[in-house]
Design a protein around this ligand. Structure first.
Ligand SMILES: *Cc1c(COP(=O)(O)O)cnc(C)c1O
Length: 402
């Protein structure tokens, strides 16, 4: 029985059933975890990756694994993609896509505020490969247009972006990219498929760190690249199989189990975040709150148009953020003072502007600094609202804020 024959319509049904089927031998209802690295082959099985096709029997787990294949099928169904390739982490997925798409002499436009490791990579490692990078504030479509060059091959955005929660208009940027003969890649980790389906808005590639909302439980790293129409076999061969950053089948199994409840979790993340963001906005010690679901977000109209769920991340500012962070870290009882996001547990972390600007973002223009300062000032608390009762989260925050 294959997913292709099942009538999967709603996202909850897809999250539960896509990619899964009862085991033909044991009739087990839950998916098996296949840890085997190798498979008993036919006497005439080939040993060339070039000749490999997706329908060949499994040969070696770096090439393909039944549990990982099930996860990829589930993700492709949820994102309305044609294919998905899973990687060991979100960063492995991003690296694979950049190395797949860009060659020496090419140019890429990359969001000036994006996941720190990607920003750091595009400051040094990517230019060292003779690939030019222009970093722009991608919420400004004119800035993107101005950055385009004849050799621009890729526009890379993150929406909402980490950690500012600034949005980019996917449909508008897809049009700009395509009219310039370039492609658009969207890191949709913060939005998730519950909010936005970038491929349906014209994006060519979608990336997720599954470590965050899709896995949802903070116990497995994983990343994925998805495409709508084209074939991902070359990406799989060149990057997953040859560079080798593939996901462990055990982690694939954990992520798949997490995804089953993902649409339901996102509803509660949003519900809690809306309540808590409104509460923080009223708090006398809080200077500023940013949440795409609040009318005070500078891009609230775009958020309403592009996000069917506002997700669960809030950023807020306090006076003397750095000092307050130390105090809050010691006082919190339910919320963990920790990095990462999208878990069932609430997580909070302070990001000091000076540190980020020196190590990760390194803006080129005064406009970029001005835009950062307008959103973040000296620093922001990134708050990933979990699935605890909103009243308990609020009480913990209030006692920590003092
Ligand atoms: C966490 C994150 C990544 C990196 O994912 P890992 O699984 O930690 O490698 C990439 N993009 C965004 C937006 C993230 O939040």
């Amino acid at each position: 029985m294959s997913i292709k024959n099942l009538p999967l319509i709603g996202d909850q049904t897809k999250a539960v059933h896509a990619g899964e089927y009862p085991d033909p031998v044991t009739h087990a209802s839950a998916p098996n975890l296949v840890m085997s690295t190798t498979y008993v082959a036919d006497a005439d099985a080939g040993f060339s990756v070039e000749e490999m096709s997706e329908n060949d029997p499994f040969l070696y787990t770096r090439w393909g694994n039944p549990t990982v294949r099930q996860l990829e099928e589930k993700l492709a169904t949820l994102e309305e993609a044609e294919t998905a390739v899973a990687f060991a982490s979100g960063m492995a997925a991003i690296t694979a896509l950049l190395l797949h798409r860009l060659r020496a002499g090419d140019h890429a436009v990359i969001s000036d505020v994006a996941y720190a490791a990607l920003s750091e990579m595009s400051n040094e490692m990517i230019p060292e490969l003779n690939i030019e990078v222009t970093k722009v504030n991608t919420s400004d479509t004119d800035a993107i247009r101005k950055a385009l060059r004849p050799n621009t091959k890729l526009i890379y955005i993150e929406t909402p972006c980490n950690p500012l929660l600034r949005l980019t208009d996917i449909a508008a940027v897809a049009e700009i990219a395509h009219s310039a003969g370039a492609q658009l890649a969207v890191d949709s980790t913060f939005a998730t498929p519950a909010a936005t389906k970038p491929l349906l808005l014209g994006a060519d590639y979608v990336i997720h760190s599954l470590t965050k909302y899709l896995g949802g439980h903070g116990d497995a790293l994983c990343g994925v690249v998805l495409v709508r129409r084209s074939d991902l076999a070359p990406l799989r061969k060149k990057t997953a199989i040859r560079l080798g950053g593939v996901i462990s089948p055990f982690n694939a199994w954990l992520i798949m189990r997490g995804i089953a409840t993902f649409p339901i979790r996102m509803r509660v993340h949003q519900e809690n975040a809306l309540q808590i963001a409104a509460c923080l906005e009223q708090h006398p010690k809080v200077k500023r709150v940013l949440y795409p679901g609040l009318p005070s977000h500078p891009q609230y109209e775009l958020a309403r148009r592009q996000m069917a769920n506002f997700s669960g991340i809030i950023t807020f500012q306090l006076e003397n953020g750095r000092e307050k962070a130390r105090e809050i870290a010691e006082k919190l009882r339910i919320i963990h003072y920790a990095v990462s996001l999208g878990h069932h547990r609430s997580l909070i972390f302070y990001l000091h502007s000076e540190d980020l600007l020196q190590t990760s973002f390194k803006f080129a223009t005064s406009e970029q600094y001005a835009s950062w300062n307008a959103f973040a000032g000296e620093g922001i608390f990134r708050f990933s609202v979990g699935l605890e009762n909103a009243a308990d989260i609020i009480a913990d925050l209030e006692q920590a804020l003092g």
